[in-house]
Design a protein around this ligand. Sequence first.
Ligand code: PMP
Length: 366
Amino acid sequence: MDVRDAVKKLDPYVPGRSEDEIASEFNLKKEDIVKLGSNENPWGPSPKAVEAIRTEAYNVNRYPETDLHELKEEFAKYTNLDADNIIISGDGADEIIDILAKTFINPGDEFITPLPTYTYYEFLFKPYGGVPVYAKWNLQDNVLDLDSVLDAINDKTKLIFICSPNNPTGTLVSEKDLRTIIETAPNALVVIDEAYYEYSKQTQANLIKEYDNVFVLRTMSKVMGLAGQRIGYGLSNPEIIEYMHRIKPVFSLTRSSYVACLATLKDKDYISQSIKKGIESRDYLYREVSKFENLRVLESKSNFMLIDVHNSTYDAAGLTRKLMEKGMIVRDCTSFKGIDEYWIRISIATMEDNKKFIDVLHTILD
Ligand code: PMP
């Protein structure tokens, strides 16, 4: 069978490695593995979400809810917006990115993505004929290179992705820079990816009240501890949200995801603990990794951080392999565009696992 050209040309997406994979490849016990590779919440989901899923299991003979009114109201409270500003997806924020492509991209339309950044934007936009135009992050000063974004804007620009905090650099974009981008490209939709915003305590969601060309992307996979349930949401003006609903798969949010999401949003203690522990864990890792003379770690406002290993005796693949042999899963960033083969990313773990990781890192690099 002849598949579409756009699909033939796609580079495969490289996800973080799983515990099962590493256990079998390096002959390790699963319980000895520390996972710092996929920017997850290491403390587990809200017990209220677990209970809600357990109860809902008896109803899965029925199709999911399509009227998400109650959940939208809960998100409206959480985001300080209205229910008609919100779209909720059932395959994570990734599904929202796909819906954005389906809603806005005609073949040949350009989208801007500063590198290095979340690689899935490009992966999901190319099949619809979207053409990536690359801007850049300044890794030396760990800021967005604003001019590179402004220079990339032209008549064909349909959409601009700004990830804040950016994956993998952990960098926040200032409100001033965002306003400059939004105002320079009034005909393009500026998508601010706030997947990790709770760890930074800075959101730009208010900008959607002021500008028609702003979309904020969020997820339940990080602070909210529901990565396996695959729930994402997007915030924008009601017109954009209404168009996106026309094309969104109606049943993508499963019954168990619906109840788990609702229970988590109502569990305010869980959310605040999750943020507090996440920030403590990140700050600990940053302090400890900063003590290595042969590493340079970028300060992060997220639940992960990027480490430059140029001055060690390893490249990213070599160091990643050494760590994995000892049960430590980290992300080799070589597959990210806009970065060379000397960067790894680590994400937060429990304090006990963080300490194990730092000890292992010393045995390899000292
Ligand atoms: N945006 C960014 C920046 C991410 O890092 C991720 C996941 N790693 C996502 C979006 C997608 O998250 P999910 O599909 O799990 O909601």
